[in-house]
Unconditional design. Structure first.
Length: 329
C-alpha cells in the first residue's frame, strides 16, 4: 500500500553548490559502507522543506521505524525548499528536503550562522509534471516554447485558443507552486530561462492538493508539480507530454523517460541536506544509510523515480566518505 502523504546564477552553477557539501576526503580513501544497529538507536530527527521531497522523507521514516528504529522520532515539515533552507541555515532542523540544489546566497547564510560542513545527498529523481483538466482533450503535448508563452513574465495568454492555432476557445486558468518552492524555481528556469521569472497572475499554493483541486475543477485548468502528486491524482487529471527540444519527440513523464534522459527539460534530481553537527549523530547517519539501502523501495512506495545505478553508486560513495569524515571529529 502506498502512502497518502501529500501536503502541501551567480559565478558558480547550482549543481556546484550541492557539491560543496560533500566531505573533502582523498579520492583513494576507503568507501566501505557503515553498518548500524537500528534497535539500539535513540533520539529525534527534524526535517523540513520541499513539499515534493517531504512525502519521500516521510515514507523513508516510516519504513526506518518499521525496520527496527522505533526509538528514533523523525518529524517532517513542509514549508517549501526555500523555507526549509531558511530554517536549516538558522540551525533549527537537522535535514532540509530540497527539490533544487542550495543557492549561493543560502550557502552564505549557512556559513554566516556557522552551520558547519553540511552535506548534500541525491536521494531520488522527479518528473516535474504539467497537468490539465480531464476534459482537456487538445493539449496532449506541448513544446517548451508553448509553455513559455503561457508562463513567462508578462504573459497575457488567458485562453487556450491563443496557445496554438486549432485549440478551442476555452479560458485558461493557471495553478502553480508559490515562490518559496523549489519546483517553482526549477520550472521557471527550465521553461522561462531564469529562476523565478514567471507571470504572477495565477493561483499559487505550497499545498499541492490545492493545485490538484484547482486544475480538476476548471475545464481550462493547467498546473505543474512533482510526479508523485500526479500519480496520486491521475484519475482526476491528465499529464501533458513535453516535446523534447533536441529530438522533437513528445515524451510522457515517468520512470523510464526520466532515467533514460528523454524527459527534457523537466526531469530533475531531489536532495536531502544534512547539517554538519547533526550528521555526526548516529541516528542521522543510520537514517540516511537506510534510505540508500532501500531507495528503490521508498521511491516506489511514495511514487518517485528511483536513482539510476550510477546515481546510487555516487550517492553511496559520497555518504560513506561523509561518515568517515564525520566520525574523525
Amino acid at each position: 500500500m502506498k502512502l497518502s502523504l501529500r501536503r502541501r546564477g551567480v559565478a558558480i552553477g547550482a549543481g556546484a553548490v550541492a557539491c560543496l557539501a560533500v566531505a573533502s576526503v582523498a579520492v583513494g580513501a576507503s568507501t566501505q559502507n557503515p553498518t548500524f544497529n537500528l534497535k539500539a538507536l535513540k533520539g529525534s530527527i527534524t526535517a523540513d522543506g520541499s513539499s515534493t521531497v517531504g512525502p519521500y522523507t516521510t515514507a523513508g521514516a516510516e519504513l526506518f521505524r518499521r525496520a527496527g528504529a522505533s526509538s528514533v522520532k523523525v518529524t517532517v515539515g513542509i514549508s517549501g525548499t526555500g523555507g526549509g533552507f531558511q530554517r536549516f541555515c538558522k540551525g533549527e532542523i537537522d535535514l532540509a528536503d530540497a527539490s533544487r540544489p542550495m543557492k549561493i546566497s543560502e550557502a552564505a547564510a549557512c556559513k554566516d550562522n556557522s552551520i558547519g560542513a553540511w552535506r548534500a545527498f541525491t536521494v531520488a529523481n522527479d518528473a516535474l509534471t504539467v497537468v490539465v483538466n480531464q476534459q482537456n482533450t487538445w493539449a496532449t503535448c506541448l513544446s517548451v516554447d508553448e509553455l513559455k508563452k503561457i508562463w513567462n513574465t508578462g504573459s497575457k495568454v488567458s485562453n487556450w485558443k491563443d496557445v496554438r492555432a486549432g485549440f478551442p476557445d476555452v479560458p485558461l486558468k493557471l495553478f502553480g507552486p508559490g515562490t518559496d518552492s523549489g519546483t517553482f524555481d526549477y520550472f521557471t528556469e527550465a521553461i522561462n530561462g531564469r529562476a523565478k521569472a514567471s507571470r504572477s497572475d495565477y493561483q499559487a499554493s505550497e499545498d499541492d492538493n490545492v493545485l490538484v483541486q484547482g486544475v480538476s475543477g476548471e475545464r481550462g485548468g493547467m498546473g505543474y508539480f512533482g510526479f508523485s502528486y500526479y500519480e496520486e491524482n491521475k484519475s482526476r487529471l491528465n499529464a501533458v507530454q513535453v516535446r523534447n527540444p533536441k529530438t522533437g519527440t513528445c515524451v510522457t513523464p515517468g520512470i523510464t523517460s526520466v532515467q533514460s534522459g528523454a524527459y527534457k527539460p523537466l526531469a530533475r534530481p531531489l536532495f536531502i541536506y544534512a547539517k554538519g553537527s547533526s550528521f555526526e549523530r548516529k541516528e542521522v547517519q543510520a537514517f540516511l544509510d537506510y534510505i540508500f539501502d532501500n531507495e528503490k523501495r521508498i521511491a516506489t512506495r511514495a511514487d518517485f523515480v528511483p536513482l539510476t545505478k550510477a546515481q546510487l553508486k555516487r550517492a553511496r560513495t559520497n555518504f560513506a566518505l561523509a561518515v568517515k569524515a564525520a566520525n574523525k571529529r
